[in-house]
Design a protein around this ligand. Structure first.
Ligand code: ATP
Ligand code: MG
Length: 660
């Protein structure tokens, strides 16, 4: 009943509640990072469903990434609103395309082009152009930009001139390559990522009866991260949400970070004029970050210029005070990575979970040195963006094994009371060499282990949930859950420090965030030339800063490699924000050399005094130094982390009838 639905509103402030209860008609939420936009729309959907106003299958929640979609489905389930579609533009469009292609066009949907850059290279070759590999990426980027901004090949030269965008080559040449690329795709019967949206929009526009059918299915739409919608996505949204539909969009113009791909905050900022009857709500209370983090975020925005900056909203932290952001200058990149890994280890020793820590960088190429540094200290990590959990070989293999075990009649013997089923998942994996303890050492082996461990954890959670709901929790049910999650790309959380690009981090949050490589040339990146491009880089840093709940670290290195020329300077965006003297990081011999301009340095590493990894006290006793822990310290982070894993080993052994 309605009283039941009201429970969904309990965790919201008055403005968020206004969003959640405006179930009909256009709603637009303009608000800064961490103010609860995503939370407000999630609760709005749950309120709509639980009050009986929305039928779950009539709701489409559009999110920016598959991961965000998975998280939203999880939250909705917790709020008692299952069955709602939460998808990216792309996945929603692809699903529709598959559904109505046979009727609209005939046959099956063409295959998705896998090697786009290669096809662009071929097109360039046919134009008699010689292009380098890096240039190819730029060319591909231009074609993608043209498609999402709906520019056909012939119009490219005029459009690029008008946009103020710098074309990587002669515009007429790019226009020719683009035309031939489109032709090659048609000849081979393949479509690219952008075509999925283009074709869906085109079919809906051309075939009113199909559009009618789609519109009668979905009635209620929410769009998260609306500041980064492209003209092509907007066109699709216009087709989906007909005149009678209810549309709710949320966004933050200060977080527009994809305009280089054709996204624009214009639709967010112009929403009210397009929908004069819209309910417009502003949120300013920041629930995510400490006042210290919020202060820095506000400081960054205060220096922003340009169109989006006119719509900035000062954030007000709702949280208790925390540590000040830490600024660290390192002599070189390996020292920065090593120093970062050490600080991560200290945080973990103080009880911060690895999955609550992120290292964020500007380009994916920066990731490797951090992977190495974390692996050196034996710390688990996961790469974001590259994840595709269910496609990992170890996960596919595990799936096959579990399915086999479920079919082999395991199901009836496993459906017993007590914490056994999860135990059988462990047993099945153990039979293929999955150890209860994480392997020591290197990255890839450790990553593989962490993803299997995530499967086991998922089994435990699943079992608890199913039992609480009085539902079957046997192996067959778990395998079905895995399949459902794989279809929905809803990966379980893998325990480990997240390594991600700033772009991939939007919408997410962690207790501790390390923003690394903050030098001129990285943030802003060298190729950001126009004022608008530089402003987008500043917004990217704002997105990074606002991912942190509590601990925020900002660092940079003066040289690329040890002994290299120390010519780098910290990002201009930190001017006036960072204290006059940053901490000098890097315990390497001659660590200050870079700052003073000299570069002579011995290669020998001096790691400084040995400190307890739990309390940080400098250790003097030889035994304690070896253990890196003082005698008095009750538990180390390793123990805390691996305690559960030891328990698994015992249970796995028992499942095999072996005394532990
Ligand atoms: P971003 O712009 O980064 O996407 P957002 O505006 O979508 O941020 P959310 O992710 O929804 O913000 O919320 C930020 C954090 O604050 C989350 O941990 C959320 O659970 C919490 N939060 C939001 N609103 C409230 C509230 N009313 N009470 C308590 N916690 C809240
Ligand atoms: Mg959000």
């Amino acid at each position: 009943g309605p009283g039941d639905a009201d429970a969904v509103l309990a965790g919201l402030d008055p403005e968020q509640r206004a969003v959640a209860t405006a179930l009909h008609g256009p709603v637009c939420v303009l608000a800064g990072a961490g103010t609860g936009k995503t939370r407000a729309i999630t609760h709005r959907i749950a309120y709509g469903v639980r009050s009986g106003v929305y039928r779950p299958q009539q709701v489409l929640a559009v999110t920016f990434t598959a991961r965000a979609a998975g998280e939203m489905r999880g939250r909705l389930r917790q709020l008692g609103a299952e069955g709602v579609q939460a998808r990216t533009f792309h996945s929603a469009a692809l699903r529709q395309l598959q559904y109505f292609w046979p009727r609209a066009v005939g046959g099956e949907v063409p295959r998705l082009l896998e090697r786009k850059v290669q096809l662009v290279a071929e097109a360039a070759g046919r134009c008699g152009m010689r292009v380098q590999r890096t240039e190819l990426r730029d060319l591909t980027g231009e074609i993608e930009w043209s498609k999402v901004t709906q520019i056909v090949p012939e119009d490219y030269p005029a459009a690029v001139a008008k946009s103020g965008r710098e074309a990587p080559r002669d515009a007429a040449e790019i226009s020719r390559v683009y035309g031939i690329y489109e032709q090659l795709k048609r000849d081979r019967g393949v479509i690219d990522f952008e075509d999925v949206l283009l074709l869906t929009a085109a079919i809906l526009e051309d075939r009113p009866e199909i559009a009618e059918q789609v519109r009668s299915q979905y009635q209620h739409f929410t769009v998260d991260e609306y500041q980064d919608v492209s003209p092509l996505q907007q066109r699709l949204l216009d087709q989906w949400a007909g005149p009678g539909a209810s549309l709710c969009v949320v966004g933050d113009a200060s977080q527009t970070i994809y305009s280089f791909t054709g996204a624009t905050p214009d639709y967010l900022l112009g929403f009210r004029s397009r929908h004069p009857d819209a309910t417009v709500v502003k949120l300013v209370r920041d629930y995510r970050s400490t006042p210290q983090v919020v202060h820095l975020a506000n400081g960054l925005l205060a220096q922003a210029r340009g169109e989006a900056a006119q719509h900035r909203l000062e954030l007000v932290s709702q949280r208790e005070g925390g540590p000040e952001p830490v600024y660290t200058e390192y002599p070189d990149e390996p020292a920065e990575a090593e120093g970062t890994a050490q600080r991560i280890r200290e945080l973990m020793a103080r009880g911060v979970r690895a999955s609550e820590i992120a290292v964020l960088f500007r380009t994916n190429g920066q990731s490797e040195v951090y992977e190495q540094a974390l692996a050196d200290l034996g710390l688990p990590y996961q790469l974001k963006g590259a994840e595709r959990f269910f496609e990992r070989p170890e996960i596919r293999e595990a799936g096959t094994l579990l399915r086999g075990a479920a079919r082999a009649g395991g199901a009836d013997t496993l459906a017993v009371d007590g914490p056994e089923l999860a135990a059988h998942v462990r047993a099945v994996l153990a039979s293929r060499g999955f150890s209860a303890e994480p392997p020591a050492g290197s990255g890839a082996v450790r990553e593989r282990w962490e993803s299997l461990a995530a499967l086991v954890r998922l089994a435990e959670e699943f079992e608890t949930q199913q039992r609480a709901a009085g539902l079957p929790a046997d192996l067959a049910a778990y395998v079905a859950e895995l399949d459902a999650r794989a279809n929905a790309q809803h990966a379980p959380a893998v325990e480990g420090v997240t390594l991600a690009s700033l772009h991939a981090a939007k919408g997410l949050e962690w207790d501790a965030v390390f923003l690394v490589g903050l030098t001129e040339g990285m943030v802003p990146i060298t190729y950001a030339k126009t004022d608008e491009q530089v402003e987008e880089e500043r917004r990217l840093l704002y997105v990074g800063v606002t991912r942190a709940r509590e601990h925020l670290s900002l660092s940079w290195a003066l040289a690329r490699s040890p002994g290299g020329r120390a010519g780098r300077t910290p990002s201009r965006f930190l001017d006036g924000l960072r204290p006059g003297s940053a901490v000098r990081g890097g315990a390497r011999a001659g660590g200050r050399a870079g700052v003073e301009g000299g570069t002579e340095r011995s290669g020998r590493r001096n790691r400084g005094p040995v400190k307890c990894r739990v309390c940080g006290r400098v250790l003097s006793e030889a035994v304690e130094r070896k253990l890196r822990r003082c005698e008095g310290c009750p538990s180390s982070m390793d123990e805390a982390l691996y305690e559960r894993l030891r328990a698994w080993r015992g249970e796995t052994a028992r499942a095999h009838g072996v005394p532990a």
